[in-house]
Design a protein around this ligand. Structure first.
Ligand code: GZL
Length: 326
């Protein structure tokens, strides 16, 4: 598990970064551009895939903000396969890019390729998901959400709104992925000591079809389901299809809690088919490009940058929906 600095320290670090960022181009005197001496920074980005509405929004943010920052972006889609991400990172090393950024599809198995990047003097930035490595010298910083906190927010809301519910079924994200591991932990920590129990749990791989298939199986095998806890909106939306096909009313017969708050999820929330959504912000592009410029210029950056995000109830979704960017 990525070594976590205290929340307070993260807040201080985030404030420091924001203050620096708001200084605009006031870094007079710091070397501009990159080791090649020209001004155009080249970034190699190895994306997880295109598995969910969240990922699509995340990709759009990275591509748009790279263009806005004048950073040349080399982009790859790994179709949720670690070996494809590793191949992409190796290709970026061979192309001698100025900086590599990626969202590790799973937490483990990265040390070797990150050591190759380090030996090639190419800095690496982790975005969205963490790696489980003891060697924190293998990357400059990790920009992304606190997934344990997201799981806790889901569990806390359920505890306060359970209304006698007991049996929870869980649609897990990709096996081995940081958001799946941490959202599970945070939720279980929050409901510990209550009558709420996770009676069945299985991965739906963060996809709508995966969530639907697993929910169909749960509806056949679990006698009494009171709540679905889905690690992302897309699996929750798949579960809604299965629940309706079984002749039950989602959001009423079975409460549904999801994570992300993408437009399709917020639409289902506003309609009462989902009961609560914990936001996970995919719009990391602007912060990533700011971090990349600092890293390439040899400036210090915080080891951890936590993204800001909230939660939404049914009533809040009705108000917020028109403002959603993704
Ligand atoms: C979370 C991100 C997860 C989203 C899913 O930061 O890694 O991956 O919650 C996405 O929708 O597939």
């Amino acid at each position: 598990m990525l070594k976590k600095i205290t929340t307070a320290a993260a807040a201080v670090l985030l404030a420091a970064l924001t203050a620096c960022g708001s200084g605009g181009s006031g870094d007079a005197g710091s070397p501009s551009g990159n080791a090649k001496g020209d001004d155009k920074i080249t970034m190699g980005f190895a994306q997880v895939g295109a598995e969910s509405g969240w990922r699509t929004a995340n990709t759009k943010s990275i591509q748009e903000e790279a263009a806005a920052a004048g950073i040349e972006l080399k982009f790859s889609d790994a179709q949720q396969k670690q070996e494809n991400q590793i191949k992409a990172i190796r290709s970026y090393i061979q192309q001698k890019v100025d900086v590599i950024a990626f969202s590790p599809v799973v937490e483990t198995g990265w040390d070797a390729v990150l050591l190759e990047a380090k030996r090639a003097n190419i800095p690496v930035i982790l975005t969205d998901r963490a790696v489980d490595s003891d060697d924190t010298s293998l990357y400059k910083t990790f920009l992304g959400s606190d997934f344990v906190e997201e799981g806790k927010k889901a569990g806390e809301w359920l505890k306060a709104n359970a209304a006698g519910a007991k049996n929870v079924v869980e649609l897990q994200g990709t096996t081995g992925a940081a958001p799946a591991i941490d959202r599970k932990k945070g939720f279980e920590d929050a409901i510990a000591g209550t009558d709420l129990k996770v009676v069945a749990t299985q991965t739906g791989d963060f996809t709508r079809s995966g969530g639907k298939q697993v929910m169909e199986a749960f509806l056949k095998s679990v006698p009494q389901i009171d709540v679905v806890y889905a690690h992302n909106d897309d699996m929750g939306l798949g579960a809604i299809e299965a629940i309706k096909a079984a002749g039950k009313v989602p959001g009423k017969d079975i409460k549904i809690i999801t994570v992300d708050a993408v437009k399709d999820g917020m639409t289902a929330l506003a309609a009462g088919e989902i009961n609560f959504i914990v936001e996970c912000n995919p719009l990391l592009g602007k912060q990533l490009m700011e971090l990349a410029k600092k890293v390439v210029a040899g400036e210090e950056v915080p080891p951890r940058v936590v993204t800001e995000e909230g939660t939404f109830t049914v009533d809040q979704a009705k108000t917020e929906l028109p403002n959603r960017k993704y």
